[in-house]
Design a protein around this ligand. Structure first.
Ligand code: NAD
Ligand code: ZN
Length: 381
């Protein structure tokens, strides 16, 4: 089969690879019809995630058609159309029993933090992902969800990650009616966090980025005041001013490791195309939120983080909440939000790309060219 093949930072291509097969009675093999590239894949692509091995196939946001199931998978059969949550979760361990499907112990027992994730380095279990014609799906009796007949597959594929992630960012923030919510990052996750903030009762939503076309596009998803941080003298001072000197009730970090780029590029000897000012999204979040406020982090960071101003967290009495999204837990609610039109995920798709053009798709998405917001690969048509 054709599959994405990681060759090293900034180098991806498509090669022939062995077809995945059932390796465990709870496995399924899925023929991939849609597979997105995520901001999280960019951390891999930029060489920022430890133990990312040459030869791995990325891709943790995919949907498709069940090809084959193992003997213990009774809820699925060949021909079913499924969306596959990015978390690989057994559904039965200590953490899964609490609904923490992003922290499953069984799927990544060596790790101290994250559970298994498709195509996300050996720190997330070393599983191959879905930027390929076929993917092996472990714990298929638990994770994959049948796509309702009425649902567009373009919506379904976005329910595997960015919709639940944006939604969970707003949920973790504990938004109260009328709250002022600031979202850092106007990528797919930030856009969906801004949309979700309204669903949780926000009274005002402010979105910060430095890419104007992305800031513009936020407005078609959610009423939001948008600001290019390059045009603000000082983001934190501005936030104080615009909130009567108090600070925002909630800040959401939907940026993550991209903001550590300028520090890491020294270590990696790699030129990341980042502005100097982009090194501080989490600092801005912590310093812009009011005393006693909540900072909700869904941006993904490497294991060491980046000099977080922890003293301010203590002295302001902040609540920090963070996690990988727990996709399976949120799906029933989100499917309903899509059905009723409260969330229109597919509107964020900006590019539809054949699998063989994957190198271009990564390049365009990474460098924010051609007004790219969310590229979707079409491995099997
Ligand atoms: P993306 O790269 O498309 O978007 C990130 C945006 O942040 C870009 O538009 C960029 O211009 C902007 N940005 C950079 N520095 C900034 C700063 N200092 N202030 C404000 N904006 C800044 O990525 P995405 O797909 O939207 O994902 C966003 C983050 O969420 C990534 O870190 C990704 O890894 C993470 N993520 C987490 C989960 C989870 O489960 N927790 C799931 C999916 C994605
Ligand atoms: Zn993702």
């Amino acid at each position: 089969m054709r599959a994405m093949n990681y060759r090293g930072p900034y180098r991806v291509r498509v090669d022939e690879k062995a077809m995945p097969r059932i390796e465990h009675p709870r496995d399924a093999v899925v023929k991939v019809t849609r597979s997105c590239i995520c901001g999280s894949d960019l951390h891999l692509y930029h060489g920022m995630v430890p133990d990312t091995r040459v030869g791995q196939t990325f891709g943790h946001e995919f949907c498709g058609i069940v090809e084959e199931v193992g003997p213990e998978v009774e809820n699925l059969k060949a021909g079913d159309h499924v969306l596959v949550p990015f978390n690989i979760a057994c559904g039965q361990c200590h953490f899964c029993k609490q609904g923490l499907f992003g922290n499953c112990h069984e799927s990544n027992p060596q790790a101290t933090a994250v559970g298994g994730i498709f195509g996300y380095s050996h720190t997330a279990g070393g599983y191959d992902g879905g930027q390929a014609e076929y993917a092996r799906v472990p714990y298929a009796d638990f994770g994959p969800t049948i796509i309702p007949d009425w649902m567009d597959p373009d919506d379904a594929v976005l329910l595997t990650d960015v919709v639940p992630t944006g939604y969970q960012a707003a949920e973790m923030a504990g938004i109260q009616k009328g709250d002022t919510v600031v979202v850092f990052g106007a990528g797919p996750v930030g856009i969906l966090a801004a949309r979700s903030a309204w669903l949780f009762g926000a009274g005002r939503v402010i979105v910060i980025d430095h890419i104007d076309y992305r800031l513009e596009s936020v407005k078609s998803f959610a009423p939001a005041e948008v600001y290019n941080f390059k045009e603000l003298d000082d983001v934190v001072v501005f936030m104080k001013k615009t909130t009567d000197g108090l600070g925002a009730d909630v800040c959401i970090d939907a940026v993550g490791a991209e903001a550590t780029g300028s520090m890491l590029q020294t270590i990696l000897g790699k030129r990341l195309k980042l502005e100097a000012g982009s090194a501080i999204a989490l600092h801005w979040a912590i310093n812009s939120v009011k005393k006693g406020g909540v900072v909700s982090i869904v941006g993904v960071y490497g294991p060491t983080g980046n000099m977080v101003p922890i003293g301010n967290v203590v002295n302001k009495g902040l609540t920090i909440r963070a996690n990988q999204a727990s996709v399976k837990r949120l799906l029933p609610k989100l499917i309903e939000h899509v059905r009723t039109g409260n969330i229109n995920p597919k509107a964020i798709i900006s590019h539809r790309v054949p699998l063989d053009d994957i190198a271009d798709a990564y390049h365009i998405f990474s460098d924010k060219l051609d007004e790219c917001i969310k590229p979707v690969l079409l491995p099997s048509g």
